[in-house]
Design a protein around this ligand. Structure first.
Ligand code: GLY
Length: 435
């Protein structure tokens, strides 16, 4: 399809990255973002940002119709689980994002475990618990380190991995306070983690380049879990054949199982993996692009994005791939570093002045993608969320991409803001080992 108009739903740095890549596709006439923010609004090729409740399917469908959108791309998980993709499709507009039923792969950890069991996908042993007594028993069965996951969506706060039985029990008890809640207690998976995004139209699949994110708040993977403080791609340490193995043993079987159940999964299946001493295991699935991994994966993708996502949304992925050939990637590297607000993640303080965060159009080596930013009454850029922005650096290798990202980050100022200083360092130094 020539001259597509695309509407991206969401307001994070992931959606800013999606809008930037979609706008760079020659088949795209223009991109709208809703609700977006000051970052995507200033991005070349973005026509503007418009207010909408991302979880209101009727409102999103009406906005798509008003804009004459040919494709809606839904970024975050909450609208997917709320059925926004179903509402957009029902209105006759192509939508990249799974149905509410299919998004349960992310919306319920227990459901994802059932699907994996049915599809023969390797994952951690787990028990679904509804009482603290069951949790205590499961913690003792699996031993430390303890892994306790809220069954439902928890905006990045649902998973606790800890050596402390008390902390694990306290997290489970807090989750179980909600009526009808359940938690999943799992065996701990050792080994480095990999995020692999696999695009699908419900039948065919195509993997993107793998990335690794850093979820802990502090250097050295210390501190509390966050939504993600940085990421990099490629993974020079990953075993040859990893992507093919994950497609064959994880992604395609899950896509086939979802179709068999009558709830086909069309969108991006985010495979969160651990490369354990016993082989590849699924840590979790998400039903959307990861943040911040998307920022580095898209920085390296050379195949136009809009055509790919439109083909997934319209059941034509294989014929599109037959037309465009294998996905093309930059041979270089990309590193993203997140700048977080003071107090993030436990007690985020917003409203701080953000300086030096112009989107960096025209800068090939490094650019800024906005997440938690807004303009105040005087038109100044201020922080409005925990993860304030992402700085992406690209280069011929991880070392130069790191230098580009951290060099650009040094010119951004946010009082009390914090970021990790070690994103991709171990990989750049050849110090990551996969068994
Ligand atoms: N980076 C982790 C996530 O997107 O869930």
């Amino acid at each position: 399809m020539a001259e597509m108009t695309v509407l991206v739903i969401g307001s994070g740095a992931r959606e800013h990255a999606l809008a930037r890549s979609l706008a760079a596709d020659p088949a795209v006439a223009g991109v709208w973002v809703a609700p977006g923010g000051p970052g995507p609004a200033a991005e070349p090729g973005v026509l503007g940002c418009l207010p909408v409740d991302p979880c209101d399917g009727d409102a999103v469908a009406a906005l798509a119709a008003e804009l004459g959108a040919d494709l809606v791309v839904i970024g975050p998980e909450a609208p997917l689980v709320a059925g926004v993709a179903d509402a957009v499709r029902a209105s006759g507009v192509a939508c990249f994002g799974p149905s509410a039923h299919a998004a349960e792969l992310e919306g319920s950890k227990a459901f994802a475990k059932q699907v994996m069991a049915a599809a023969g996908v390797p994952t951690a042993m787990a028990r679904v618990c509804t009482t603290t007594e069951e949790v205590a028993d499961a913690l003792d069965q699996f031993g430390a380190p303890h892994v306790v996951k809220d069954d439902g969506l928890a905006a990045g706060k649902g998973v606790v991995v800890t050596g402390s039985r008390e902390e694990a029990l306290a997290h489970a008890a807090a989750c179980l306070e909600r009526p009808g809640a359940q938690v999943v207690v799992e065996d701990f998976l050792d080994g480095p983690e990999v995020s692999l995004f696999v695009l699908s139209d419900g039948t065919s699949v195509v993997p993107l380049a793998p990335a690794q994110d850093s979820k802990r708040a502090l250097d050295g993977d210390e501190g509390p879990n966050t939504g993600g403080m940085g990421a990099y791609s490629p993974l020079p340490w990953a075993p040859a054949g990893l992507v093919d193995e994950v497609v064959a043993t994880v992604a395609q079987p899950v896509i086939d199982e979802m179709r068999r159940r009558g709830t086909p999964f069309a969108g991006v299946l985010y495979c969160g993996l651990a490369l354990t001493s016993r082989g590849v295991r699924v840590v979790e699935f998400n039903a959307r692009f990861g943040d911040p991994e998307t920022q580095v994966v898209l920085a390296r993708l050379r195949t136009p994005l809009a055509g790919l996502l439109h083909a997934c949304a319209t059941g034509r992925l294989q014929s599109h791939l037959d037309d465009v050939g294998p996905l093309r990637w930059s041979s270089g590297a990309a590193v993203v570093v997140v700048l977080a607000a003071p107090g993030y993640p436990a007690a985020t303080r917003t409203g701080g002045l953000v300086e030096g965060a112009g989107a960096g159009a025209g800068d090939e080596a490094a650019w800024v993608l906005h997440a938690g930013t807004e303009l105040d009454a005087e038109g100044r850029l201020v922080s409005s969320g925990g993860r304030v922005l992402s700085v992406v650096g690209s280069g011929s290798d991880l070392g130069s991409a790191r230098a580009a990202a951290y060099g650009r980050l040094a010119s951004v100022a946010l009082e009390g803001g914090h970021s990790r200083t070690d994103i991709a360092r171990a990989a750049a130094e050849g110090a990551v080992v996969a068994s």
